[in-house]
Write a protein that binds this ligand. Sequence first.
Ligand code: SF4
Length: 429
Amino acid sequence: MKKDILLFAPYFEKIRTKVHDGELLYLGQYLFNIGYDINILEHKSIPKNTDIIQSSIVIVHLWKNELLLNQRLCKVLIYLDWAKSYFNIETIIGIGSIATSLREEIFDFNSSIDIIIDEFGSHYRENSFKADDFDFVRGYFKEFVCLTDNYLTSTNINYNPSDIVSLYSSRGCQKKCSFCSYNNNVIGWKERNIDDFILDIKKLNKYFFVTKYSLFDNNFGINKKRNEDKARHLSKEIASFDFKVKLSLNISLDGVNKKILDDFKKSSVKNILVGLESLNENTLSNIYNKPQDLDHSTAMIEYAEKKGIIPIVSYILFQPWLTLHELKYEVEKIEEFGRYRIIQFLANSKLQVIPNTDIEERLYKDNLLVKGRLLRDYIFKDNMVEKIYKKLNAFLKEKMLNCDLSVTSLSKLKIDEWKYLKSLLKLYT
Ligand code: SF4
């Protein structure tokens, strides 16, 4: 007899709009197709005792890099360990890039997660399971599934019209940035038929009146010709909808040109999440393994803005090998580029080390890695940069204590932080 499975996603964001976990939505569909009853529990923090739905099998999605901050992953594992005995859960399975990247440490931490499954295989904490007991989950990573009417109407999916739902049009990424773990749990980049993605939008609108979708692809694609075809097709199809949609997607700047952005605009793309990461070509090539034509990247950001698409620019200002000279250079470049375009506070614009990435290995070799229980950090090679970073971080933390988190206060804080960083640079150079 087939059992029911609870799919669980712990989140920690303080955002008001609910963004639903697409990976769990599709994994649910995959398991539903092979006969399992599915429950989905997305939680903004560690659940209260009563929140978890009883189920003998739980699959937990661990993929957000933020899970490695503030001991969040430890808290999730402690909760799962408690829930396992309280609710008599037989098996907890972990999936996602963080689960794969920290597999051995997760198994060592406590006995909450029994199996971690990715496209490469099923990895067991102990030999208490038969090798193929849960291998059916692995099949999910090898194929794409489409949302069906039966699944959407017979499981506990309750989306509100104002929610954002994540859907995919591809899996994996063709790039190999040194700091990124998103390829750790999947084999290569796979493209999904864009028509299937369009059908999923139609179905979710039909049943839940959802109009906002984010593509949770790691990267929409890096081949401009291919992206042109997909963007054109998407724009034609969306124009024929009898309802309005808003889309956001992740894309590399070398995967876009003006034509693609024009069609994105026609496809109701409101935001593109782009990884600029640095305005220093040496850092991009030698540290991040993400060489870019910066003239093209910045021109695309400007063009997107001109078209009314908001580029959400990811930037890593502080990295372990940053010198004082390079810091000054990047600050000047950011000034030219437009500080307002970078979403993070600069103290938060610090390289996050994810285990099992090239950057972790390099930090280890250079004796800069700080390794703790389910966490990674580093010391800066340049003492002056370390000093400046600490002061900037302390400045931000103190200001955040009295910040009401309104958009106006946060914008003011960003301006103050920028001024403070520049004053520190004057002081130390
Ligand atoms: S482009 Fe993005 S998803 Fe792809 S490897 Fe780089 S950081 Fe990761």
